[in-house]
Design a protein around this ligand. Structure first.
Ligand code: ADP
Ligand code: MG
Length: 240
């Protein structure tokens, strides 16, 4: 579903991604971890075309992300992205947050978009909040709305960038629970997170990045059981 082939990226002279290659198959959950500044956010932003890259290739369901003729808005509408900061539209109600892109980008009728949005809101346990505004919800609730909003677009894959790292500890699990359920339903997911409990529960593979490079790309049991690189070992010993 996602194929990253020898991707390198520079900011001026600074190489932020260094010959990164990996694949995420349909239905696979891949957790990306690594020290701050190692390029995790940059890598997943490249996957849905939010960041350009200078060399290599990324294919999403066969579409080349970097190719000049690729319709990036269309691609982005098919790959859901959830960020650390929920990025809901603050001036729109929860219902309107859930329906806006469905009507504007996918051309769904207001009625259809509303039905879909409310069904997804129910799925993340927030039916009662439909008429509220983002500022009236807790961080954990806002992040669940953000996930529902992404799902409303019927994405072929979901990208998460540290979705729980801005949350108070007591709200982390309510968001992770939604993600675990999504993973178990077979959603293709690339998840930047340091929540190793989540990784152990649902990841198929774990990627460890350091200084712009993928230094470890292993199935979950290998990664947690016997990480090959010293850098991954040191990282795990600090966060586990
Ligand atoms: P991570 O998500 O792993 O913490 P990032 O992908 O956000 O890492 O950043 C990787 C590196 O790229 C960092 O050193 C960061 O300072 C640098 N970087 C990120 N965005 C920019 C930018 N717009 N211009 C220059 N450097 C950047
Ligand atoms: Mg980051």
């Amino acid at each position: 579903m996602i194929s990253i082939q020898n991707v390198s990226k520079w900011y001026g002279n600074f190489q932020v991604l260094s010959d990164c290659s990996t694949e995420v198959k349909k239905g696979e959950v891949v957790v990306v971890c690594g020290p701050s500044g190692s390029g995790k956010s940059t890598l997943i932003k490249c996957v849905n075309g939010l960041e350009p890259f200078q060399s290599g290739q990324i294919l999403v369901d066969g579409t080349s992300v970097g190719a000049p003729r690729t319709d990036l808005p269309r691609l982005r509408s098919r790959v859901g992205m959830v960020f650390q900061h929920f990025e809901l539209f603050p001036h729109l109600s929860i219902t309107d947050n859930l329906t806006l892109a469905q009507t504007k980008v996918l051309g769904r009728s207001a009625d259809e978009a509303r039905k879909k949005g409310l069904a997804l809101l129910d799925r993340v346990g927030l039916s009662a909040q439909a008429a509220k505004f983002p500022g009236q919800l807790s961080g954990g609730q806002q992040q669940r709305v953000a996930i529902a909003r992404a799902l409303a677009m019927d994405p072929i894959a979901m990208l998460f960038d540290e979705p729980t790292s801005a949350l108070d500890p007591e709200m982390i699990n309510e968001v992770l629970d939604v993600m675990v359920e999504l993973a178990r339903e077979g959603m293709t997911m690339m998840v930047v997170t340091h929540e190793m409990g989540f990784a152990r529960k649902v990841a198929h593979r774990v990627i460890f990045m350091d200084r712009g490079a993928i230094v470890e790309d292993a199935d979950k049991d290998t990664f947690f059981g016997s990480p090959r690189s010293e850098r991954a070992q040191a990282f795990l010993s600090k966060i586990l």
